[in-house]
Design a binder for this molecule. Structure first.
Ligand code: TYD
Length: 208
């Protein structure tokens, strides 16, 4: 393995509870003595801000442009001189809220998934997660959570789109090479139960 410290990625459709589960996983790893860097995509870089402007409806962009912006944001996330993932992973375990599997699933609904796969090759070669933790959730339930918790609904957050993204996650997972480890978690459980399932899976991966 190229990296010395574990790198876990949380994946799932919008409203699947990744952000809450990320905090729980970070605490768990810290309690095991790991130095942990928590991060997310889209990032807070200038490219990440361009993406957020498209998502909020402030800017319009073609679906290929959106996919390419995410790709650029990810490469910056990896290679940034101050806190890039490649440098951080030399000294820290990393837990990221989304990575390239999100791109395959979300953009694969709108543009050719193979093109997204190819454009993410540099990231896939630069840093592979120790495991992608995919919180699989019923889109109807995730839409209920979004409606409860958000002031505004973003681009991609419709039942129709999230249903398509969930299907695209399945296709994307099947496209990943064998050395991409995907752990599937049932997201239709209580927050506590999902947390326990994640911890169990992570501990298994860490001792493997
Ligand atoms: P999300 O994790 O939901 O962030 P927030 O908690 O700020 O809403 O991600 C924002 C959106 O970005 C979500 O709809 C998924 C989308 N996305 C892509 O379309 N492609 C990508 O490569 C990534 C990382 C995210």
């Amino acid at each position: 393995m190229k990296h010395k410290h574990p790198f876990f990625v949380l994946e799932g459709i919008d409203g699947s509870g990744k952000t809450t589960q990320q905090a729980g996983l970070v605490n768990h790893l810290r309690s095991k003595g790991y130095n942990v860097h928590a991060t997310c995509e889209p990032t807070n870089s200038r490219i990440g801000r361009m993406i957020r402007d498209v998502f909020s409806g402030k800017e319009m962009a073609d679906q290929h442009v959106i996919a390419a912006l995410f790709c650029a944001d990810r490469l910056d996330h990896l290679h940034h001189l101050d806190n890039g993932l490649l440098a951080m992973n030399e000294t820290h375990a990393i837990v990221s809220d989304r990575y390239y599997l999100s791109s395959l699933a979300y953009h694969g609904v709108h543009v050719d998934m193979n093109w997204v796969f190819q454009s993410n090759q540099p990231a896939m070669h630069a840093l592979k997660p120790t495991a992608h933790i995919y919180i699989d959730m019923d889109p109807k339930e995730s839409m209920n959570r979004i409606a409860e918790n958000r002031k505004h609904v973003e681009l991609y957050e419709t039942l129709e789109n999230l249903t398509a993204v969930r299907d695209a996650y399945e296709k994307a997972i099947s496209l990943l090479p064998d050395d991409d480890i995907v752990v599937r978690i049932n997201g239709n459980q209580s927050v506590e139960q999902v947390h326990k399932s994640i911890i169990k899976a992570v501990d298994t991966v860490l001792t493997a």
